[in-house]
Ligand binder design. Sequence first.
Ligand SMILES: [Zn+2]
Length: 453
Amino acid sequence: MDQTLFCDAALLPGGWARRVRLSWRDGVFVAVAAGVRAAADEARTALAVPGLGNVHSHAFQRAMAGLAERRGAGEDSFWTWREVMYRFLARLGPDDVAAVAAQAYAEMLETGFTRVGEFHYLHHDPAGRPYANLAAMAEAVVAGACASGIGLTLLPCFYAQGGFDAAPPSPGQARFLTTPDGFAALLAASRQALRAVPGAVLGVAPHSLRAVTEAQLRAVLALRGAGPVHIHAAEQVAEVEACLAATGQRPVEWLLNQGFIDAAWCVVHATHMTRAETLALAGTGATAGFCPITEASLGDGVAPVPEFLASGGRFGIGTDSNVQIDAAGELRQLEYAQRLALRRRNVLAGAAASSTGMRLFQAALDGGARALGSGPAGFVAGAVADIVTLDATHPALVGKTEDEVLDSLIFGASRPVVAEVWCRGRQRVRGGRHVDGEAIGAAYARALRRLLT
Ligand SMILES: [Zn+2]
């Protein structure tokens, strides 16, 4: 039988509509009707928006949030943060990853993300040996997704070298490394692990140009199937300089010149691009995976987002290091970084008089679905029934209508606004909390006590 939710107002692809009935069956919308009357016994909400895709997550890093905020001997950077991360992950086993992922994903759901792209590179045991079950770690990610109920796009990562010009990997990278043949086996095992997850998508993720050779990249792309391709690119100035030294080209420029990038690609970060790279990347139809809170946390830099959007570029947002998990906060930071850099307001709003919140939300919704290979997004028949309702009595939302709701959600709320979340038609968040939040939180606390002592 169909399930329904009657919404006093809901965000449809064409904008806000009143008196909307969302109907779904087996996790997929079968009808979306506006201007209808509520039935007497029908489930009802004031404000509903579609769930967003989180295009870039390393779930295990949630457990090290707050552990890398102490200055080292020299100048701290992404690279010193990475050393802290390598030391931390040396202790993580599959059970820890499952517990941490469940916690991270429950928090994602509580802020309005309904699908996550897990860029998964922690494949082997702490000594760098493959587990007897090749997909032990992928199964831990799957377990976390199943415990939370979030939609999963798994992106097994290919990582083969420590830097450009075949630099040897560091001991901290031993858990990530595979050959192309090993990666093919890992991918097959991951596909098997995903059979337990309704609507799961499998992609491939060559880690970055510093971690793969051109031949390896071609071998990985030959395995891609129908899923998306994700890669870290142009996050750090040092990475761009090393790429220039090794190839004579910048990372995004090199990928474009090889003709690799198409609409199924997600170029994660895309922070340091020339104007020519920015326009050309926009023209490929690929998604830029901006991770504004992590990029601020790591001191990465500010991406040329206004130029990219003006050229028709698509973007999704990712929580990356999961130092904070906040869908609205990512969109706010994306805009605020531009305001600080350009000393202007409403930089990403687009046309005059248009709402910044609306533009950011719609773009992240469409770009997220494309980058995660999850099919049509939003409240339309045929799309996955991912629904987020907002607390209309929240001080930030009282008296607000239509685009003001999105502007207030993103820019005006100092505590969470999300009330309920349905993921693939099943309710996972009630009263702002994940329905299994207590058990998931207790398992996370046990894992963290083990890891931090
Ligand atoms: Zn990343």
